[in-house]
Design a protein around this ligand. Structure first.
Ligand SMILES: NC(=O)c1ccc[n+]([C@@H]2O[C@H](COP(=O)([O-])OP(=O)(O)OC[C@H]3O[C@@H](n4cnc5c(N)ncnc54)[C@H](OP(=O)(O)O)[C@@H]3O)[C@@H](O)[C@H]2O)c1
Length: 388
């Protein structure tokens, strides 16, 4: 019998491209489901995304053009059957990462509907093995310790993204209870660049925040003499002592792939989060230092009641609306099951030290500076995308 393949969704995205790269590097054959764009076929887009991550044997890659939100993933009856019978596991990474409430229907169509369609495929495969990439933020507005065994404890959500990802997990749990699939669920926290180089290929979340600051500074620098830190009086709505949980992409991907090989992972959920989250008052000043800017401070809502927002503050707050939700606080993610599974494997989550933050921010600021000078860093490659 020919070697079984791995089916991956989301291979043009941040996690999916790194995961596909890792699976191929380990010798697996991968079938990636992806969408084409106006300018490029699905195949070209996946190949570019993988090349951006690094050199890899692309002869081990097949790409099916499809859409997770469509019945049968948008594949013909024939291709869908061929896929189902030729794979031994599915990695479902594709999702809508929109945090805009106006996109609610679309977010649910992708994240809930898409998972339903993936389950239908998983049920037809010989192994019925499904690896589902969720998010630690299915915990929504909880502020306590969230266990890897917990999902829906009556929490509310900050946005439709979190709610849709929670409902998708519930779908999977239900299918598992009915004996239809053998799932594992992975919940990363806020995924950032490579722990060794700081390199990153897609610029979500905290990178959008850094870019917002960088853009504001660019405008100021044009009007100021060269050199020295820029003074940018900007109040950012957020609590000093609440945390953000940053986790590097290499830890997430290496961790997930290692855990997926362990029989005990069937039916289990894992927090691919940093055992030690970083307080806002720690990471923000370091970002400011790398950007060479002074005057940015975290404040509570009262500050804006006392002194109304400046135009710049209002603009920044509008652009960063999504991020403000997370600067108000997050739960603590219990990672004991993940740490146990990774014990003695050499896969460890690095702590967020000063050097680590500087490496991460430094790499991205360098990238932005190069892009401004028209020399968009070839180290990120053409597939690098920027969106919130
Ligand atoms: N990044 C993080 O910090 C983070 C943290 C926790 C959890 N996660 C989870 O990790 C997974 C991957 O996130 P990411 O950061 O890699 O996001 P991303 O870079 O935005 O990638 C999303 C991927 O999903 C694909 N996709 C979206 N809608 C699709 C559709 N209808 N049909 C087929 N493919 C579709 C996208 O394809 P196109 O290129 O065609 O749009 C892209 O490949 C998601 O499930 C997310 O919830 C991410």
């Amino acid at each position: 019998m020919s070697e079984r393949k791995v089916f991956v969704t989301g291979a043009t995205g941040f996690l999916g491209s790194h995961l596909t790269h890792k699976l191929i590097s380990e010798g697996r054959r991968v079938i990636a489901l992806a969408r084409g764009s106006r300018g490029a076929s699905a195949e070209t887009r996946v190949r570019e995304a993988l090349n951006t991550v690094g050199p890899v044997d692309l002869t081990r890659l097949e790409v099916c053009e499809g859409d997770i939100s469509q019945p049968q993933l948008g594949l013909s009856e024939d291709i869908s059957r061929k896929v189902a019978t030729s794979i031994d596991q599915i990695w479902h990474c594709a999702a809508s990462l929109s945090f805009t409430d106006e996109d609610r229907d679309e977010i649910f169509r992708m994240n809930f509907g898409g998972t339903k369609n993936i389950l239908a495929l998983a049920e037809q495969t010989p192994t019925r093995r499904l690896h589902h990439v969720s998010t630690a933020y299915v915990a929504g507005n909880r502020r306590d310790l969230v266990l890897e065994t917990e999902l829906n404890v009556g929490q509310t959500f900050r946005n439709a993204y979190e709610e849709s990802k929670c409902q998708a997990e519930m779908l999977i749990a239900d299918a598992h209870r009915k004996g239809l699939i053998l799932p594992s669920i992975y919940r990363p926290s806020i995924v950032i660049g490579d722990s060794r180089s700081g390199r990153v290929t897609h610029f979500h979340g905290v990178y959008a925040f850094i870019r917002g600051l960088w853009s504001a500074l660019e405008r100021l620098r044009r009007r100021m003499p060269e050199g020295g830190p820029v003074n940018l009086p900007l109040r950012v709505l957020g609590a000093e002592t609440t945390t953000l949980n940053f986790v590097p992409i290499d830890y997430v991907v290496d961790g997930m792939v290692e855990i997926s090989k362990q029989p005990a992972s069937i039916g289990a959920t894992y927090h691919l989060a940093n055992p030690q989250a970083t307080e806002n008052r720690i990471w923000l000043p370091h970002i400011c230092r790398v950007l060479s800017v002074e005057g940015i401070q975290l404040v509570g809502e009262n500050s804006f009641l006392r002194t109304p927002m400046t135009k710049l503050e209002a603009l920044f707050q509008k652009q960063m609306a999504f991020y403000y939700q997370y600067l108000q606080g997050e739960p603590r993610f219990d990672c004991r099951r993940t740490l146990d599974a990774l014990k003695n494997t050499g896969i460890e989550c690095p702590g967020v030290t000063v050097e680590f933050i500087q490496r991460m921010v430094g790499w991205y600021v360098n990238f932005l500076n190069n892009a401004r000078q028209g020399t968009a860093s070839s180290s990120a490659g053409p597939g690098a995308t920027q969106h919130i």
